[in-house]
Design a protein around this ligand. Structure first.
Ligand SMILES: [Zn+2]
Ligand SMILES: [Zn+2]
Length: 321
């Protein structure tokens, strides 16, 4: 089997595991929720699925791999000096998982401390209803920085067809879903090592005590080691004000990115510009058409995102949650 064939084979297996994991997470959230009553079609569901998970990931993957890492690799391949080329696959994966996770901890902590870099991270905190898919909501710049630093060294040291790439990507996705999942899970002693919703859901809560805590992604050990754990014996609460950001944040994908450059009032802009109101009505209009056409009976009130779907006429109230 050639290097590329092995790569494709591993990619297929990791993709199958990923889809099984999604089904597992959805089922677990229904059976044992951390926050009871959280609807499947929660606030921001479509933005996270369509824009962040599908469209942004697709285009950023091309940008990062083909237009950033590939040109660097063609000039500066480190393959000749690779000290790990002969390591077994599990050791290569472990090396990159641990080193990148430490980097992510430090950079994440820096993003919370630095005003400029906070603008590249606040999107991740903007959701008021956090579930397994909420981790996908990350500013494009944050993804470009983190994934270039994540996959660049792997490709430079092990080549573009290293199976470490799909395995690492799968671990990112599965653990990312796990720590954001709305599931009641108690890890016991393992909580000192592995990150879980117990710690990370608090990181998404709107309480000052946790604004600079629980930065870990895969391994909770960094928070314990560097003294940044916040782990009270109660939950954040179920009200919208208990979660997400303490300030108003746009609901739209493009508005969220524009907001990171210049602050504005989303409602005022929609009320002021007709073309913007037209654009804002596209999604709720489409969803309503989809429901009318394909769903025979209306969904229960809890299962629809009222803010996005109840109005089709041009009204700034569409932005209400
Ligand atoms: Zn954060
Ligand atoms: Zn998160």
């Amino acid at each position: 089997m050639t290097e590329q064939e092995t790569f494709n084979h591993v990619s297929l297996i990791t993709t199958i595991i990923l889809f099984c994991w999604i089904a597992f997470m959805i089922t677990w959230e229904r059976i044992s929720p951390y926050r009871k009553g959280l609807p499947f079609f929660r606030e921001g569901f479509w933005v996270d699925l369509v824009w962040y998970t599908l469209i942004q990931s697709y285009f950023l993957k091309i940008l990062i791999f083909d237009y950033i890492i590939a040109p660097i690799e063609s000039h500066y391949s480190w393959k000749g000096i690779s000290f790990m080329a002969d390591w077994p696959l599990w050791a290569q994966v472990a090396f990159f998982v641990v080193t990148h996770d430490l980097y992510i901890y430090l950079f994440h902590r820096f993003q919370h401390a630095n005003k400029f870099f906070w603008r590249t991270h606040e999107a991740h905190h903007s959701g008021k209803q956090v579930d397994f898919m909420a981790g996908s909501r990350s500013h494009a710049v944050e993804i470009i920085i983190n994934q270039t630093i994540e996959f660049g060294p792997i490709i430079l040291l092990l080549g573009p067809y290293s199976p470490v790439i799909p395995i690492k990507a799968m671990l990112d996705a599965t653990l990312g879903m796990f720590i954001h999942a709305n599931i009641n899970v108690k890890l016991g002693k393992l909580k000192y090592f592995l990150n879980s919703p117990e710690l990370h859901l608090w990181h998404h809560a709107n309480y000052q005590e946790v604004f600079h805590a629980n930065f870990s992604t895969k391994f909770a050990i960094w928070d314990y080691l560097f003294g940044t754990v916040y782990f009270p014996d109660h939950k954040p609460g179920d009200k919208p004000e208990n979660w997400g950001l303490y300030y108003d944040y746009p609901k739209d994908y493009f508005a969220q990115h524009a907001f990171s450059v210049k602050r504005f009032d989303e409602r005022q802009l929609v009320a002021k510009y007709k073309w913007l109101a037209w654009y804002y009505n596209l999604r709720p209009g489409f969803i309503q058409w989809f429901k009318k056409t394909f769903l025979s009976k209306p969904l229960p009130v809890n299962d629809v995102n009222l803010s996005e779907e109840k109005e089709v006429s041009v009204k700034p109230e569409l932005l209400d949650v």
